[in-house]
Design a protein around this ligand. Structure first.
Ligand code: GLN
Ligand code: ZN
Length: 759
């Protein structure tokens, strides 16, 4: 031993403490500030972030991680991947935002989830474009940091392998050709950085963590062989995150100067590989031990023990302590959270606090004592653990007492349900929410600020429910909903009513573009406090003879869209939420609400990056759903909704949920989906969305009838439901009414043409 420890950051949040970044963007888009003012403000933010990192004592500070929208979009533009529909703008900033946001004439580039996080990137469209180096963005940021602040940063690039893996518009057989076109341009970027004085670069290759093929490995080798040959003097830190890497021995043998590994989310796998195979002594090991994706304070004693173990396995290598991934995924600083309980506050760590944890650990590893910081850390965590997080035995008992299976199999429940509900064939319904108009949002804000009394707000919500029950009856829908007017967000609403959740004031993270989310914090055991949705559901049902669905958010979605506990497995938290939701289901049944929808839109996005871990995740997800929904009468009809269409690969799990009815978003990929039903039988109620709610266009009766016809070629008519493909909260009122009228008409005509009884 005896090597020195340094540290680095892999990326800093863009938003600013008060979301200044978001405001600047939106002001610029709204033409409230000029381009010059916008650029000036962005530069100030960028430099401010660098300064903060320097003040925190970070040795390797990243440059080029800052973006006006998204770093993958930055990279696409840097290499000239501008789809034809966006070409011809004189100003590259306009091109940039047009690609991200679309124009009247050109639909935006597709956006998709960044691995298994809640960040979304813009998908590059490769097509026939021959790449060129348009502008060296990391170079710009590198020089700026040097000139303005005299900081010698470590520029960050997204690696060519990952960039191409995340792009679309080419066939996978062309991967190597595309890579060959790109490599010389990357070399140029690196050369220019080197000429400007950069000695290290961080090249992010998160695509090294999902399951890789041998062929993929060859592309990676080719990439880094090229860099080593063309720019031998540049030191490359090949950075991975979100999971353990595949082909550990091959990756660590690549001709790069450093390898960065995630020892939080890939702890087991990376640590086992490191201990088994060791680490090349002439390379630097990036040790990601501080969780870049969650908001909990690290136990520094525990981390120190881990670092020592890592040191033993790689005694000769230089080591850099760092977050597990970019800090893009956590809020900026906890110091603004003045409203939180002090004990909880003591256990939190946002980006700025994480940098301090990193420097403290570095100090410790280099022989410093950092005693005060360590003491404070241990005390805060101890009080937190003693106050909260004392798993009560009751919870386990409650769970064990809950059935995870309905009393009767579907075919038998169906008889009771048919008898009870007397629905027409091809019943029509919606997914839950109706337009969240300005009026609705203003009323809620007034209520939150105390300008509207709880009674007045409740009156307002009731008024909306009544208005929409009448509208739905008029339209002729068969199964109604109350409209979700009392909810701002489908997770926050439940989080605020369950025990165990806290809400920060400034805990924002970027979701896509200027859109931010403030995930609830699950800090303690989740338990049921009191009925959450019964009032509105009961009221809605009192207004009509048609069934009104009760509407809940499912356990896995609540978990996936929150900052979860890190002291117990995710599945445990999912089960706790499930038990609490089962109590809500009970309360609804007791209030006479016997048709209940439990939404699980986020199940798919929570799939582990590694295919071999899918089953375990899906198994507990299914179990959580079933714990929440099995303790009901056979005649009670459980619905669920998922908003994605690529579910072919998890249809078994969807079946295993054992919901009586599922609605799935499909209108944008109908063909593919129908095909999958040719091979996989689905034998419970199912609604494939017959129109796309993401567009303001009003679908015609004909096109929806057509959708229904195609679906009924592979699905039995007595199990098929007719509904839009997701909730309608983002649509306006006239659009919603006209579309639903057409949908109901399409259902009528479909019944007639099949000589089914019409209601
Ligand atoms: N019930 C919710 C709604 O209608 C479902 C939203 C979703 O699928 N994301 O808004
Ligand atoms: Zn949906």
């Amino acid at each position: 031993m005896g090597t020195t420890w340094t540290n680095s950051n892999l990326g800093y949040p863009r938003l600013g403490e008060n979301r200044e970044w978001k405001r600047a963007l939106e002001s610029y888009w709204g033409e409230k500030i000029s381009k010059d003012d916008f650029l000036k403000e962005m530069k100030e933010l960028r430099l401010g972030y660098l300064q903060k990192q320097r003040d925190a004592g970070v040795s390797f500070i990243p440059a080029g991680d800052f973006s006006f929208y998204d770093h993958i979009l930055d990279t696409a533009l840097m290499f000239g991947f501008i789809p034809e529909r966006f070409q011809g703008e004189p100003d590259s900033l306009t091109t940039y935002f047009n690609m991200a946001r679309g124009t009247d004439k050109a639909p935006a580039c597709e956006m998709t989830k960044w691995f298994n996080t809640n960040y979304h990137y813009i998908v590059p469209e490769i097509g026939d474009i021959t790449p060129v180096l348009k502008e060296n963005k990391p170079l710009h940021d590198y020089k700026e940091a040097k000139e303005e602040l005299d900081i010698d940063t470590r520029p960050v690039l997204i690696g060519p392998f990952t960039f191409l893996k995340l792009s679309k518009g080419y066939d996978s057989s062309e991967f190597e050709t595309k890579l060959d076109e790109l490599l010389p341009l990357y070399v140029k970027v690196l050369q220019q950085l080197q000429e400007a004085g950069a000695s290290w670069v961080q090249i992010d290759e998160p695509s090294l963590v999902p399951t890789l093929t041998k062929e993929d490995l060859r592309f990676v080798q080719k990439t880094y062989d090229t860099f080593a040959r063309e720019i031998p003097e540049m030191s490359i830190m090949l950075q991975t995150y979100f999971e353990g890497i595949e082909y550990y021995e091959d990756i660590t043998a690549l001709p790069v100067e450093g390898i960065g590994l995630d020892f939080v989310h890939g702890l087991e796998k990376n640590k086992a590989a490191l201990e088994k195979h060791g680490f090349p002594k002439d390379k630097t090991l990036g040790v990601g031990v501080i969780d870049g994706r969650n908001i909990w304070r690290a136990d520094l004693k525990e981390k120190e023990a881990l670092l020592k173990k890592i040191d033993e396995a790689a005694p000769e290598a230089d080591k850099v302590i760092q977050p597990s991934c970019s800090l893009l995924h956590v809020p900026v600083t906890k110091t603004l959270e003045t409203k939180l309980d002090g004990i909880l506050y003591g256990a939190l760590s946002f980006a700025d606090e994480k940098l301090k944890e990193i420097t403290t650990l570095t100090d410790r590893m280099n022989g410093g004592s950092a005693e005060q910081a360590l003491d404070e850390n241990q005390k805060a965590l101890q009080v937190f653990a003693e106050t909260y997080r004392q798993q009560s035995a009751d919870l386990t008992k409650q769970r064990e007492a809950l059935p995870s299976e309905r009393d009767l199999p579907f075919a038998e429940r169906q008889k009771y349900q048919d008898e009870k509900w007397e629905l027409p064939l091809l019943p029509t319904t919606t997914i839950g929410s109706f337009p969240q108009t300005k009026e609705v949002r203003v009323a809620r804000q007034q209520f939150r600020k105390g300008e509207k009394s709880p009674a007045a707000y409740q009156e307002f919500v009731r008024g909306k429910i009544k208005e929409w029950i009448d509208i739905q009856e008029d339209i002729g829908l068969d199964v109604l909903v109350h409209g979700e007017f009392e909810r701002n967000d489908m997770v926050e609403f439940f989080g605020e009513k369950l025990n165990g959740f806290a809400f920060t004031s400034f805990g924002w993270v970027q979701s896509y573009g200027s859109r931010c989310v403030k995930p609830p914090v699950i800090y303690d055991d989740v338990t049921f406090a009191e009925p959450m949705t019964v009032e509105e559901s009961r009221y809605a049902q009192s207004l009509t003879d048609k069934p009104v669905k009760g509407m809940l958010t499912g356990p896995v979605t609540i978990l996936n869209w929150s900052f979860e506990r890190d002291d117990i497995p995710r599945r445990e938290t999912a089960f706790q939420i499930a038990v609490a939701l089962s109590q809500e289901v009970q309360a609804l049944e007791e209030a006479g609400i016997d048709m209940i929808q439990v939404d699980e839109p986020a199940v798919r996005e929570g799939l582990p990056l590694k295919r071999e871990e899918w089953n375990e995740y899906l198994d507990w997800s299914v179990l959580a759903f079933r714990l929440a929904t099995s303790n009901v009468k056979p005649s009670t009809q459980i619905h669920t909704h998922m908003c994605y269409s690529e579910f072919q690969d998890m249809i078994e799990s969807i079946r295993a949920l054992d919901a009586d009815v599922i609605s799935i978003e499909t209108s944008r990929s109908h063909g593919e989906l129908i095909e999958s039903f040719e091979t996989a039988v689905y034998d419970k109620g199912i609604g494939l969305g017959v129109y796309d709610i993401h567009s303001p266009r009003i679908p015609s009766v004909e096109e929806m009838k057509d959708m229904i016809d195609r679906a009924l070629q592979v699905l039995p008519a007595d199990l098929f439901w007719i509904n839009p493909d997701c909730g309608l909260k983002t649509r306006n009122t006239p659009e919603t009414i006209d579309s639903l009228k057409n949908m109901v008409q399409a259902a009528r005509e479909s019944r007639e043409s099949r000589k089914l009884p019409t209601s």
